[in-house]
Design a protein around this ligand. Structure first.
Ligand code: ADP
Ligand code: MG
Length: 325
């Protein structure tokens, strides 16, 4: 049985992880990584810090028997998605994990998924905590942007174009696929659910173009409502234009696919409001990152969300009660 310290050294903060874990040095901004009582980090001069924490609970946010590599990836991805939504550059994370047991095979998979996304996102794991109990992972992420440039939820203006990155409904579709017995991570819907890609580069590219942004974690309607409320505005949606995840209609049917895109949650795409004059630039910047940007409506002065079936609006994310957020 591994001791807590051996476990940390082997999977999270030892020499084997040095490529992904906090390597002290100017480039990483890490003065002290794992190994002391605190991490010591150097923010970039002139930048503000964006800080967010997300907890992922087994059988609430992910199936407890999902592949460990996906659990490691996803726990970090959902946290990084909040940095993307603010237009922040991801820099550091700390991770607290509660484990029912120290299973080597499981831990190796989890660490592989977590560290791979650290590397891909240029994030240093600077510290954490390990405890015993029901499986849960809390990840705190730290990002930066030039002072005053935070991309907030509340900056939308009437007339702004509403646009969404990537495709919608995959989170819900993937959950359905899992329940139907699909276990292959190469399945596009299951990958959308278990291996979401935080839109960090897109968020940074949009920071100076968009008026407002949010990441779609609770479902398009719920998150659009957050954008609207924060700005004191309403919105018109063109539901026919929603970009649906590949394979979604085949699995859920046309109506089910649209509902999943509107209410399903767990998509981790960016929903932005931006002036029409910036749309083409925004589209080009995201195209260079291989991320589609689709116009799905606009913000308006009048309150409420127009263009959506009233029953769907009322049900919101509760439409899918088992998809807790
Ligand atoms: P303390 O008891 O002082 O909180 P810990 O024994 O919890 O210290 O952790 C020892 C060191 O290992 C700390 O620097 C901590 O940041 C690091 N560490 C613990 N758990 C993790 C983890 N899951 N990922 C990365 N570093 C970790
Ligand atoms: Mg501790």
């Amino acid at each position: 049985m591994l001791s807590e310290f051996e476990l940390i050294a082997r999977y999270f903060a030892g020499p084997a992880q040095s490529a992904a874990a906090a390597v002290p040095g100017a480039a990483s901004g890490v003065v002290q990584g794992p190994g002391d009582d605190c991490a010591v980090l150097t923010p970039t001069p002139g930048c503000q810090l964006a800080v967010s924490v997300d907890t992922s609970l087994a059988d609430v946010h992910f199936p407890a028997d999902a592949p460990a590599v996906a659990i490691g990836h996803r726990a970090l991805a959902v946290a990084l998605s909040d940095l993307a939504a603010m237009g922040a550059r991801a820099r550091w994370c700390v991770m607290a994990i509660t484990l029912p047991e120290a299973d080597d095979t499981w831990l190796a998979g989890f660490a592989e998924g977590f560290h791979a996304l650290c590397r891909a996102s240029d994030v240093a794991l600077a510290g954490g905590d390990v405890t015993r109990g029901p499986l849960s992972i809390s990840v705190t992420v730290h990002g930066e942007f030039p002072a005053g440039q935070a991309l907030t939820r509340g900056g939308g203006q009437a007339g702004d174009v509403l646009a969404v990155s990537g495709a919608l409904g995959g989170g819900r579709g993937g959950l359905e696929a899992w329940h139907a017995g699909v276990r292959e991570l190469g399945d596009p819907l299951l990958a959308a659910y278990l291996l979401p890609q935080p839109r960090l580069a897109a968020g940074e590219a949009l920071r100076t173009l968009a008026h407002c942004a949010i990441d779609i974690s609770d479902g398009l309607l719920v998150d659009l409502d957050h954008l609207c409320s924060a700005a004191g505005l309403g919105a018109e949606l063109d539901v026919a234009r929603l970009p649906l995840s590949a394979g979604l209609a085949a699995r859920l049917g046309e109506a089910g696919a649209r509902e999943a895109a509107l209410c399903g949650g767990d998509d981790y795409e960016l929903l932005i409001g931006l002036p029409a004059a910036q749309l083409e630039t925004a589209r080009q910047r995201l195209a260079a990152l291989d991320v589609p940007l689709t116009v799905i409506g606009r913000l308006r002065q009048a309150p409420g969300i127009a263009g959506v079936d009233a029953a769907l609006l009322r049900s919101g994310w509760r439409h899918f009660p088992e998809a807790a957020s």
